[in-house]
Design a protein around this ligand. Structure first.
Ligand code: ADP
Ligand code: MG
Length: 372
């Protein structure tokens, strides 16, 4: 199936409010780098939605739609459910001669199978979680059009993860598979969720990955979860997806911590904001920690504001002994390196200042805890 090109023009709604399409997004397209945690998140979302659909709305007046749990059927579609192997994505030059590469027929067939599976079930009475790479923007556009065709909408859940972490997951899976084969096990015929990518296939997919762009209709609303996001944040993001699904479809989704804002920071260049916010937090910790060390330091969520402004203060829990500038700078530099926006992380990387602060404080708390 050919992937049609998305129109060149951007949505007229490309202001600071990411406006969702007119119909509730009942197709949730999961996307991310290979082995970045997509299936894990897709399953979590599926379980979350199943639970929500089974629970009657405690406050039916506020939101009539979700009070009809039986209104929706829920589906999870993935390469595994369709028995599509990782090898279909393999266009790496080392494994294929050029003429095969240009045809990339196996991947096209796989896309056709996925498209048919989505089309078969998608309707205003169905919610579909589509777990997969979904890395081609034209492909996401095509799914967006299909959703529109059947009178629903779609949204994108991007799963972000550092390139090294994702590569490590794939390498571990390769090692496990090789060990199994050495033990005399057969090469698996039926692909499963843990099937590794060949290293060149993996690298090539990372190279080909086309970031979702929340300024386009077909990639919005865009929700993001990163590897480090714990239960609370995951739930908060799922709640937002649920609201988009079941709430008033015309309600704009306000940009906040998990709907990604890109290139919109009035403070200017992202790297500058990253430096500025992390420096500010380091400075405040040094100023405010007690002489004997330990305890907590509260920081405003918004740079330059007073306590409590812009929401509940962020809290850093300090280790037993006083922390010095070199230690804090070391953590800061590590955090900056992580959030500069590596491969596949551009959208996740470009966090708004508030989320950066929160994220850095979380990072420091983890680091202090680990250091004891
Ligand atoms: P993908 O579907 O992108 O290939 P998976 O969801 O299968 O990735 O995850 C790959 C591996 O990483 C699995 O072993 C999974 O348990 C682990 N994993 C996924 N997400 C996380 C996470 N957020 N934190 C820790 N481990 C994770
Ligand atoms: Mg998967």
């Amino acid at each position: 199936m050919p992937v049609s090109s998305p129109p060149r023009s951007l949505s007229k709604k490309s202001n600071n409010h990411l406006t969702i399409s007119l119909s509730p997004p009942q197709l949730i397209i999961v996307t991310g780098l290979p082995t970045s945690g997509k299936t894990t998140r897709a399953r979590q979302l599926h379980d979350y939605l199943a639970a929500r659909l089974a629970t009657p709305n405690p406050n039916p007046d506020s939101n009539p739609a979700p009070n009809q749990p039986q209104k929706y059927r829920l589906h999870l579609i993935s390469d595994t459910t369709l028995s599509i192997s990782r090898t279909v994505y393999d266009l790496s030059p080392s494994t294929l001669p050029a003429h095969v590469r240009s045809a990339n027929a196996s991947e096209k067939d796989a896309r056709a199978a996925i498209y048919a599976a989505v089309k078969r079930v998608l309707s205003p009475r169905d919610i579909v979680v589509l777990d997969g790479l979904n890395y081609i923007k034209g492909w996401r556009y095509q799914l967006f059009c299909e959703a529109k065709n059947v009178g629903t909408g779609c949204c994108v859940l991007q799963v972000g993860c550092g390139g090294d972490v994702a590569r490590g997951v794939n390498e571990a899976r390769l090692a496990r598979r090789d060990a199994k084969q050495e033990e005399g096990g057969q090469k698996q015929d039926v692909p499963d969720d843990d099937e590794p990518y060949s290293p060149s296939n993996w690298e090539n997919l990372v190279f080909r990955y086309e970031e979702p762009n929340p300024m386009t209709r077909w990639d919005s609303p865009l929700f993001t979860l990163i590897w480090e996001d714990g239960e609370a944040r995951t739930r908060a993001v799922f709640d937002q997806i649920w609201d988009a699904l079941a709430g008033d479809a015309r309600k704009p989704v306000r940009p906040n911590q998990s709907t990604v804002q890109r290139d919109k920071d009035p403070g200017g260049d992202y790297l500058y904001v990253l430096e500025r916010e992390t420096q500010d937090i380091v400075k405040r910790i040094l100023e405010r920690q007690s002489d004997e060390g330990g305890g907590e330091v509260s920081l405003p969520r918004v740079n330059g504001s007073g306590p409590g402004e812009g929401g509940e203060d962020l809290v850093v829990e300090l280790p037993g002994k006083k922390v010095g500038l070199p230690q804090l700078q070391r953590y800061r530099r590590a955090f900056v390196a992580l959030n500069r926006g590596g491969i596949g992380l551009e959208a996740v990387g470009k966090l708004a200042a508030g989320r950066l602060r929160e994220s850095f404080v979380g990072y420091l708390n983890d680091a202090f805890e680990k250091d004891g």
